[in-house]
Design a protein around this ligand. Sequence first.
Ligand SMILES: NC(=O)c1ccc[n+]([C@@H]2O[C@H](COP(=O)([O-])OP(=O)(O)OC[C@H]3O[C@@H](n4cnc5c(N)ncnc54)[C@H](OP(=O)(O)O)[C@@H]3O)[C@@H](O)[C@H]2O)c1
Length: 330
Amino acid sequence: MENRKIKWGILGTGRIAGVLATALQVVENSELYAVGSRSQEKAHEFANQFNIPKRYGSYKELVSDSEVDVIYIATPHNLHLENALLCMDHGKHVLCEKPLAVNSKEVELLIANAKEKNLFLMEAMWSRFLPRIIKTKELIDSGVIGEIKLLTASFCFKSPHGSEHRHFNLDLCGGSILDIGIYNIFLSLLLFGEPKQISAIAGLSSQGGDNSASYTFKYENDMLAVMHSSFMVDAPIVAEIHGTNGKLILENKWFNLGNIRLISPDGREEIFEFDVKSNGYEFEAQEVVDCLLAGKIQSDLWSWNNSLQLAKTMDAIRKECGIIYPNHDN
Ligand SMILES: NC(=O)c1ccc[n+]([C@@H]2O[C@H](COP(=O)([O-])OP(=O)(O)OC[C@H]3O[C@@H](n4cnc5c(N)ncnc54)[C@H](OP(=O)(O)O)[C@@H]3O)[C@@H](O)[C@H]2O)c1
């Protein structure tokens, strides 16, 4: 394991970039060193807010800084492929926001690039690194609630934005499945692996992206994972896993910080709670730093294969729903 500080660059200065910048303050062996924006003014503003020494008015200048080790990409979905290739072409390791790319072909291209250039690449599937989700998987794998019969998971909120925003804009590859439904799908794949059968339906906007969608996976022994996502309504964001010997309930934004309620068939309840140092994004960032210092080019917890399986599953769901992104056909 190397003993030095990993220097981060952030590409794009939107909402989630600020969230990761905040979390980086508590990540060990790490320094938030540079930011790149399409606008010099925004780069300055962001850099001043988070005390970042280097600020660039273009992504090209950011990736050309020889001091930067790893770049966090926080742009709209349609740009992930292009931005990640730009980073890797300049020898930078990459943590890219979810979805890693718009479809599985693009994900395969990124993986091939990372492999060829011997660079670290990870999808920023931050929930995977939360102690809450790690514990959920541990409990399921231990068999404490018996044979699993049903997963229900939802992620819905009423988007305040208009049709031009990345939530809806088809050119930016908007839609609930890629943006928030991805978390439901991730959970099912993480806990139960590849489904035997997928069935999906969506309510599409006039642009052709999904405002709301529901998707059900069938596994061995008729176990079902029933999931939905929507930008149309504020609805409980809850995941429940029901087994023959009890259930696990993750409430209040199940994909985020929070507890796990383990409920036995007789109604007894055990609650698991977890410590955090920041906003929860520190866990994924720490994983990146630890992997880089250990000389690894992918994470064992959220590997290239995990991202590829996720992308393939979303391709299948979008196909069934008739969602096609211009310039990103699969
Ligand atoms: N992990 C999570 O919890 C989480 C939460 C929200 C979003 N996300 C993901 O993070 C990514 C960004 O989401 P966000 O909510 O941060 O988006 P956002 O607030 O709209 O920010 C996106 C940034 O991308 C840059 N950009 C480059 N080309 C753009 C274009 N044509 N239109 C708009 N912005 C453009 C802009 O930065 P500059 O102008 O500085 O270049 C902009 O500020 C998405 O992949 C999303 O799915 C993840």
